[in-house]
Design a protein around this ligand. Structure first.
Ligand SMILES: [Fe+2]
Length: 197
């Protein structure tokens, strides 16, 4: 590890306690946060089958390109274990289970987990996707892992993440604006509206 990377890790350890203090100010309460089931047909409802039919009817008109983008986005969201283990690696041995960074990592993962969950269920119910092939791709992505070339340097990792999250936000908003063009894509618009928050 370089001299600078080592010093930067010291800074991360130093500000860790502020993460613990500030976390509740920025994190949404779990009990009132949206959940995937808020946007999907209720399987305990008598209208379940009718709602599924409506969902599938609406999904029929989604363009090939839009479905392809949704598949890519879903697989990316579902590779969450990769991102969580990568973030844990950034702090390495200095990351304490009860420390601020690890708490942030757990809460971030818990929030993110809803995105792939919702998208996967939507695509499954839509009947537009070969789910087995999608699941194989997801398993490959998680099994292969990824190396963004930033090593253990926390500054580089967080700079990368800042740009990547911004790029993802723009990408998702553009998908949402395409979906907005027709009312029947309302469920996808809602999905993306909440996934980028
Ligand atoms: Fe996400």
């Amino acid at each position: 590890m370089s001299f600078f990377a080592d010093k930067r890790r010291e800074v991360m350890v130093h500000i860790e306690k502020y993460m613990l203090e500030m976390m509740d100010t920025y994190l949404k309460p779990i009990d009132t946060n949206w959940q995937p089931s808020d946007f999907l047909p209720d399987s305990t409802s008598e209208n379940f089958y009718q709602d599924i039919r409506i969902l599938r009817e609406n999904a029929k008109d989604l363009s090939y390109d839009l479905v392809a983008v949704l598949i890519g986005d879903t697989i990316t969201e579902e590779a969450l274990p990769t991102y969580e283990s990568w973030l844990a690696m950034v702090q390495g041995p200095s990351m304490k289970e009860d420390g601020g960074w690890m708490k942030w990592n757990r809460h971030w993962t818990a929030e993110e987990n809803r995105h792939g969950d919702l998208l996967n269920k939507y695509l499954y119910l839509s009947g537009r996707v070969d789910m087995r092939q999608m699941e194989i791709s997801t398993q490959y992505l998680i099994a292969d892992g990824f190396d963004i070339g930033t090593g253990h340097d926390p500054y580089r990792n967080f700079i990368y993440t800042s740009f990547q999250e911004l790029a993802t936000n723009i990408s998702h908003r553009r998908v949402a604006s395409l979906a907005k063009k027709r009312w029947r894509y309302l469920i996808i618009e809602n999905v993306w509206h909440y996934c980028i928050r």
